[in-house]
Every structure is written in structure tokens, then in C-alpha cells.
Design a binder for this molecule. Sequence first.
Ligand code: S3P
Length: 442
Amino acid sequence: MSSTENMVFHVQPGGALKGTFRVPGDKSISHRSIMLGSLAEGVTHITGFLEGEDSLATLKAFRSLGVTIEGPEQGRVTIQGVGMHGLKAPQVSLDLGNSGTSMRLLSGLLAGQGLEITLVGDSSLSGRPMRRVTDPLSKMGAAVETTESGTAPLTIHPVNALKAIDYELPVASAQIKSCLLLAGLYAEGETRVTEPAPTRDHTERMLRGFGYSVQKQDSTISLKGGGKLTACDIDVPADISSAAFFLVGASIAPDSDIVLQHVGINPTRDGVITILKLMGADIEVMHRREVGGEPVADLRVRSAKLHGIDIPEEQVPLAIDEFPALFVAAVCAEGVTRLTGAEELRVKESDRIQVMADGLKALGADVTPTPDGIVIEGGVPLQTGRVNSHGDHRIAMAFAIAALRAQGEILIDDCSNVNTSFPGFTELASGAGLVISTSVEN
Ligand code: S3P
């Protein structure tokens, strides 16, 4: 499909979700497995790797940096680690597509390599704020250049050495934290990052899995530069952010009963379960286990009568990617749901507050966006209509599951980026009971 073509989802109203299935691998963990596996000494075997465009962009970037990587084949990837100082200057710019995680984490990981490297992205990624990483990196002595407006392309210039900093994150962002910890691997001294609220800790967990010492005291995470990583095997759990569409879908569609297998339920990612349960959802966390340092479970979800809530602000970073789906839950709930403290949603793959509000209004819902959140008056039935996802994967999938409770067909424009995080979404959703088809328009 060319970038000018429009992939349209056509979703028929009603239906129930049934069955037992596993959504694709966790995107955040997949990115990090390629990054750390490449820098490790020895061979890293990954299973459950997400074969979506975002994590594939990271994989291709490391191939361009001279790393031999086999796969992916049915989620299996083998990386011949090159060691901390084995990356080679790429012959081309590294194209990271739609992936903010690739760009922000790589800017840190590559800042101390002594190589000249340019990072580019698609139009959405090229509009997202990058000074949040380049400012602290320059305090470490890195030379990472942005455009005048603080966006990509990013050009990384070689520098002699990085020095550790003690940095307080101005926003609760795992991408900034991870960027600085990865740069800290190459810095002289101890890099310390303090977060205003807990954010996903996959980088810290995986660094430890690769044998690197990472300390955590209260909200400060620290590591010393100059160590090494030792290859290990990684089993990537199913992505709770992809499972979220089915957690909401099965909750709102009458007569639904599903089991989502092997879902990562890391406590820094489980806000969607907490929030849905506060709204009255029937979610059973079964067979809790630990896989490669990450908690995993099977999630049984049955339809439930949801009610509106004031979403606790401390849950926002723990559910940061799940709000498009949660807004759909709130529309189908009785009463008012209020979200505050979520201004970060405005700088995701799209402005998720505005784009969701526009689409939900087009379908007849009663929603009011605010600078840092939204107010949703639940219980107003969704009508037939056509909405635009603005190329944002999670918005496309959120509107697809909204059809389960709509009174007519929903058409969703600009859906090809669903492949960034959830390849096979339409097939898996159809198998579960959503009546969805696609067309391509010029
Ligand atoms: C991610 C962190 C989050 C999240 C993104 C993935 C990560 O971004 O929205 O999808 O893998 O570190 P922020 O850290 O900017 O909130």
C-alpha cells in the first residue's frame, strides 16, 4: 500500500466477543530486546517478538548498525550481540517510521557511540517533541541536533565522552527515563533519574536480566557507566496495550466471555485493568506467573454494566496508551467519566484527546475535551458514522471496538498504522466476533 492510499475499516454494529486467544507481543519489551541483545556479549534468543512495523523499525536500525539479526520468524529472533562498543556507523539514515520509542531510546543509546548517525521518522513522528530527550542528553555532553522546532530528524554527532547526570524528569515518561539510562551505560559516573510518578520499568528489568546492575531508591533509578551486558533468552509476553481493546470490547458487548492468554501485567502497565475494574468491569486475573522477570497472566473478561468514574490521576502513566479504548468504555458506561492530568495524550502518535473527541462526537457521543483530559457523559447510544483515526493505530482500533455498541456501521479512515503495533488485528478481532472488513481507497 502506498502512503497516499487510505486503508478504511468497515465495522458492523453489535455482536459479542468469545474465545481464548493471544494478542501479539509487547511493543515496549520487543524494542528493548533488540537494543540490549545487540549490545550484549553472546547470542540472544527472543520468542514472542512483536512483528509490527514499530519494533521492526528498531530491528532494521540495528542491522544498519552492523548487527547480525536472524528472523523474525513466528516471533523468533536471534541476535549475534556485538558488545557495548561493536556498533558500526550506518551508511544511511535510520528510518524509525512511526515509532517514538525507537527514536527516543536510540537517541540515548547512540549518543555515546562516537558515531555520526541521523534518525528520521514519518510525518507523525517528525512532529513530536524531541527536546525532552536532547536537552538532558546535552547536559551529559552529547551532541544531538534537532530541527529548529525541536523535532526529528535528529543528528547525533560523535563526542569524546559522556558524563553522568542527576536528572529530575519534568514529565512522567518511560521513554525519557530509558533514553537517559541507556546513555548512562556509556557515561563516566553514576546516572540518576528521578521520576515524578512511576512509569513502565521494562528497561530496568531487562538491564538486570542482561546482568547489569540497576539501583532503585524511592523514585530514583540509577546505574554506573562502563559495565557490560551478557546475552540471555527473552520471552516477550502479549501486549496489555493490544489486549486493552478486547478488555474493553468484551466488557461493553453483551454476552461476551473471552480469555486473553499470556498477557504482560507489569504493575507499571496495569492501569487499564484497575480503571476498568473501578468502572465495574468483570476481569479475572488467572494463573499469575513470572516470565523472564516480567509478570504475566491470563485475563478472563465477561460483559459487565459499567459506570462512570473520576479516573485517579496516579493511574494515568500506568494506562497512558490505553485511553482511546478507555474513552469508548466511558461512552458505554452509565454516568460521567472525568479524566484529568493527561496532557501527555496530546503529544502521542496523534493528539489523542482531540482526535478521540472529534470521532466520538461524530458518532453522537456527549464528550468535552479539556486541556489535560476529557469529560464523557456516558450512556448516549453511538450512531452510525465515519471517523478519522489520523493515522493513529490505537485510535483506529478503539473506534473498531466501539461498533460493538453502535446502532449502525462505523467507517474508520487512515487505518494502515494498525500494523505498527497490532499486525493481524482485523483477523483476530473477526475470529473473536467483531464484524470487520477493510477496503483501500485512493
Ligand atoms: C513507551 C513509553 C510511553 C508509551 C509508548 C511506549 C516505552 O511513552 O506511550 O507507547 O516503550 O517506553 P512516554 O514515555 O512518552 O509516556
